[in-house]
Design a binder for this molecule. Structure first.
Ligand SMILES: [Zn+2]
Length: 260
């Protein structure tokens, strides 16, 4: 089922990884936000899209470089693939090794991951870019280091596709993140004023829900600051929350190591 979020704007929430895919339909064609984790999942998405529109997919936007959002890219050969320039760089430099990361999460799909044709964005930007789908304007913007170094927000009217800068139903993932920078980045993204905020995974947020998550990420950053500035041991700080201990350990170790 596609949920309509605005005029010509939809999202589909897939059970696999609880991943959200964005769909925007203009007069000239269809744009999709993220392409799922394997070729088979991308093919399922293509089949599902036919139930919504017969127009061709002409644009793909990757919210960031993580495999669960980009490994379906090659299944949309007629489309321009857009992303932040650091999203392209990550997939060019490390795309092949990301297949091994993916297999750690979903070992049953190892054969499918091996078959993925890594297809980085070819249309890239630094701060912002826009697309005209024919009567529908789409804006892409970059706000700094966050869940990765390359998270972008895609804005269409009142809807914002935030990728994994926010996550619903599970804590944010800090493994490739920048815990000290993330709050400022998310603040900048929220200041765009989107009314309906689509996270990379889980249910749609309103501004209040997303700002509640911002406060949690700020609490993580403040705790990390205490580790760095006051020498609070990471193991002790991890028990202070707001997230469970393993998530906090990941975030605090990253923060102490990178100081970013
Ligand atoms: Zn991610």
């Amino acid at each position: 089922m596609f949920d309509q979020l605005g005029e010509g704007v939809y999202r589909r929430r897939y059970e696999s990884l609880d991943l959200n895919i964005g769909v925007v339909i203009g007069e000239e064609g269809v744009l999709i936000v993220d392409t799922r984790a394997t070729h088979a999942e991308a093919d399922e998405l293509r089949a599902d899209l036919v139930t919504l529109t017969k127009k061709p997919v002409r644009w793909v936007i990757d919210t960031h470089w993580h495999w669960d959002h980009t490994f379906g890219n090659s299944r949309f050969p007629g489309a321009e693939i857009w992303g932040h320039h650091l999203c392209r760089k990550a997939l060019v430099d490390r795309g092949e090794s990301m297949k091994e990361d993916a297999a750690v999460w979903l070992p049953d799909l190892i054969t499918e991951f091996e078959q993925v044709v890594i297809t980085p964005p070819t249309r890239v930007f630094e701060d912002s870019a826009g697309l005209d789908l024919g009567g529908v304007a789409v804006t892409m913007s970059y706000h700094g280091l966050g869940h990765t170094d390359a998270d972008i927000v895609i804005t269409v009217g009142e809807v914002g596709f935030f990728g994994d800068l926010v996550e619903e139903g599970a804590p944010p993932v800090f493994d490739d993140g920048y815990p000290l920078s993330w709050p400022g980045t998310l603040q900048g993204a929220l200041d765009l004023g989107s009314i309906r905020i689509v996270p990379g995974h889980g249910d749609v947020f309103d501004q209040g829900g997303a700002r509640a998550q911002l406060e949690e990420i700020e609490a993580v950053a403040m705790t990390a600051r205490r580790c760095i500035d006051e020498g609070l041991p990471v193991g002790e700080a991890a028990r202070l929350g707001p997230y469970q201990e393993d998530v906090m350990m990941s975030a605090l170790n990253r923060a102490v190591e990178l100081q970013l």
